[in-house]
Design a protein around this ligand. Structure first.
Ligand SMILES: [Zn+2]
Length: 215
């Protein structure tokens, strides 16, 4: 099965699965960092489904997803998004994150630069701090509403977190090359809500945003 849809770039990790790399031709090599577990495969199918609906505004597939499902992302990702919204309500920077083991959220957190006067409290750092000590991170996924900066990327690499699910990278590119070069799988959801949330914040509070990314 080949997907060439109006020039839209399907994330490479999802492309691999749609190509049948896992199911039909077991000899084909998985892309770096790709897991071949069944639960991960199911998650990819779900992500692919949501991605196709978003890209093509629900007009391509004749499927069983209802309207609510089409506009609702991964429930684990929603924990990160909710944390970002909470920060926004508190007058802080709207970036949220959640650490999950499988489908279970261990903890979520948000950027707390404004709330706590803490420059290191990025969303990812706050979620990891809230999760407390973990014997291993190798079976975890870090969800974040915005592409991770260099500091958070370093922490992800340090703790050997194998997978990062990112809401958007349009308003900040993050360090995807560095993450991928260290074997971390990066999934980008292209979540329109996250783009809108950050764009609005950056327009309203350019000085706070510049401070957060040291510009
Ligand atoms: Zn960061």
């Amino acid at each position: 099965m080949h997907l060439i849809l109006s020039g839209a770039a399907l994330p490479s990790s999802l492309h691999y699965y749609l190509e049948g790399g896992r199911g039909r031709d077991k000899r084909s090599a998985a892309p770096a960092g790709a897991s071949t577990s069944l639960s991960d495969f199911r998650l990819r199918v779900r992500e692919t489904h949501v991605w196709i609906h978003r890209q093509f505004r629900c007009t391509v597939l004749d499927c069983t997803m209802n309207e609510t499902q089409r506009t609702t992302t991964d429930p684990v990702f929603e924990a990160a998004y909710e944390a970002a919204q909470k920060s926004l309500r508190e007058g802080g920077i709207p970036i949220g994150a959640a650490l999950a083991r499988g489908r279970e959220v261990i903890a979520s957190g948000h950027n707390a630069r404004v709330q706590n006067g803490d420059p290191i409290a990025h969303g990812e750092m706050s979620a990891l701090r809230a999760a407390g000590r973990q014997k291993s991170y190798r079976d975890t996924t870090l969800y974040t509403t915005l592409a991770p900066c260099a500091m958070c990327t370093g922490t992800i690499i340090q703790f050997k977190i194998p997978r990062v699910v990112v809401g958007e990278a349009e308003t900040f590119p993050g360090e995807f090359d560095l993450l991928r070069s260290r074997g971390v799988e990066v999934v980008v959801l292209n979540d329109a809500r996250c783009v809108e949330m950050m764009r609005t914040f950056q327009d309203k509070h350019p000085e706070l945003w510049a401070e957060d990314i040291a510009e």
